[in-house]
Design a protein around this ligand. Sequence first.
Ligand code: PRP
Length: 178
Amino acid sequence: MSYKLGEVILSRDTIARRVKELASEIVADNGTDNGLVVVGILTGASFFLTDLVRELPEELDARIDFMSVASYGDGTKTSGVVRIFHDLKSSIEGKNVIIVEDIVDTGLTLSHLLDILKSRKPASLKVCVLLDKYERRQTEVKVDYCGFRIPDKFVVGYGLDCAGKWRHLKDIKYVVEE
Ligand code: PRP
């Protein structure tokens, strides 16, 4: 099956405005007196994370770390068992941590990731996702900050890919069958 790009679902301007609002929400909740460890889940979230952290105020001690994970299943379905390819560089014990994801779909990856990171005893652990494909949820997962709730359709751009393609698009677009 081959795919082509469809309509824009979220333009670069819409994304930028929402990213600013999310940063304000995070600062309103957490203040600037305590530090924040922002954990990006590679690869998709790297675009969102770098825009988000640049909207945080200078006086906030924000640190950035990344994890690379993949959830395993039978090829078509994710099992939610997460394998870590690249772990955090620093300990999160006693730190205020926020996980940044590009998309939550079944919720299995995030749910497993939360278990892993909780066991490392952070002072707090929150979740910020850009996109929530809420119709596909298989397990309940608490999302503290959400950019946009979107329908169950294939989207690419701003970090999201189709078999590795189209991550670099500035806008988020639908993908349609050719
Ligand atoms: C995406 C996304 C989440 C996961 C969400 O990652 O970044 O990690 O899928 O799916 P779930 O809620 O059904 O578990 P992907 O495996 O596509 O990796 P990528 O970021 O490298 O593209």
